[in-house]
Structures are given as structure tokens and as C-alpha cells.
Design a protein around this ligand. Structure first.
Ligand SMILES: [Zn+2]
Ligand SMILES: [Zn+2]
Length: 200
């Protein structure tokens, strides 16, 4: 082996070692997160206390998340407008109507005032007004403009009255079709009426 070949060989070995080292270091910095409940790979973040803006966000897999959402939506004592989750937002959370601007507050109140009493799908008590959303663009405008000027613009467009379980089933259908996950996702809490919407 000539000196030149030896140098090339040593260089190749060094590059290989460097590549392995870099990979180990970066891998340690970004460990694959595991579901805090079952240990499977996590895809979403659920706030520890179940409320938006919590300091601690726990990684959860989609199955554990849906079990938790089922409980949250069932236990919630108020009523809420729920906008279908669409991809491209980092959060999908509930906020009581007082925390939104006037446009959102007025729309939420008028939608809930006109909510039918029984679930459109199963006939149980309806406490949620489901609003379809297919594109992120109109949803992104909801916090500023409310719902009537963004998602319910067509004459006669009205949300669907749903019970807790049927609402979570619809959320599940959307979540399972999406690739990524939400950094923060949680259901309604407390007794105050409000809105669930994708944000961020
Ligand atoms: Zn899990
Ligand atoms: Zn139902």
C-alpha cells in the first residue's frame, strides 16, 4: 500500500468515526419521545392539567390521547363550538368564550343558542356544535373574524349538534388522517361555554 493510499484510508476511517460521533450526539439531543402513559411512540402533546397554556406538556400517543379526550369531552359541564381539526396548526385547544374577542364571542353565543338538544348521530344529549373545516386558511382567521365570516359564510350553513362521544369520534377521524401531531391538544374544561379551534 502506497503512502497516498494509506492517507486516503486513514481519512476515510476518520470521516466514518466523525459521522458516527455526530449521529450519537444529535440522537441524544433529540430522543424519540415515548408516550407518557403507555410507552409507545408519541405523536401529540397533552397539557398535564388538561388546560391550555399549561407549563408541562406530556407526550402522548394517539390512542392514549383519544381516551383522554373522550373523558374530557364527557366530563365537561358546559357547551362548546368545536371546529374540525385541520393539519398545519401547532395547537388544538379549548378556550372559554370570555377569552376570545367580540366577534368570536358573539358567534359562539349565537351558535350555542341555536344548538339542537339531541345529537344528530346518536340521539343523546347534544352539547357540542361541530363546524366542518377542510382548509387551514379560514380557520387561521377565526380568532380575528369569528366563525360567520370564515367557516359559516354560506347561507343556511349551520353547525351539527353532537354529543361528547360523537364529537370525539369526529376528531379521531381527522387526527388519524393527519401525518404530524399537535404540540398541544386538549379538550374543554370547567363549566364555561367556549370554542375549540386550531391555532398557532
Ligand atoms: Zn400511549
Ligand atoms: Zn352522539
Amino acid at each position: 500500500m502506497s503512502t497516498y493510499e494509506t492517507v486516503l484510508l486513514v481519512a476515510a476511517v476518520l470521516v466514518l468515526i466523525a459521522a458516527v460521533l455526530i449521529r450519537t450526539v444529535t440522537h441524544k439531543r433529540h430522543p424519540a419521545k415515548k408516550c407518557s402513559r403507555c410507552g409507545k411512540p408519541s405523536s401529540h402533546g397533552y397539557p398535564e392539567n388538561g388546560q391550555a397554556e399549561s407549563d408541562t406538556i406530556l407526550p402522548v400517543c394517539v390512542d392514549c390521547l383519544l381516551r383522554q379526550l373522550d373523558e374530557d369531552y364527557s366530563v365537561f359541564d358546559g357547551r362548546a363550538v368545536v371546529i374540525q381539526p385541520v393539519a398545519e396548526f401547532s395547537c388544538y385547544v379549548f378556550r372559554p368564550k370570555e377569552e376570545w374577542n367580540e366577534a368570536v364571542r358573539n358567534d359562539t353565543e349565537s351558535i350555542l343558542a341555536g344548538l339542537e338538544t339531541l345529537c344528530h348521530i346518536c340521539g343523546q344529549e347534544a352539547r357540542y356544535a361541530w363546524v366542518n373545516a377542510l382548509e387551514p386558511a379560514p380557520v387561521a382567521k377565526v380568532p380575528r373574524l369569528g366563525l360567520r365570516q370564515t367557516l359559516l359564510t354560506q347561507t343556511g350553513a349551520r353547525p351539527l349538534a353532537l354529543c361528547a362521544r360523537c364529537t370525539v369520534r369526529r376528531i379521531e377521524r381527522s387526527l388519524r388522517q393527519q401525518e404530524g401531531g399537535y404540540l398541544q391538544i386538549c379538550g374543554p374544561r370547567g363549566k364555561k361555554d367556549g370554542l375549540v379551534c386550531g391555532m398557532g
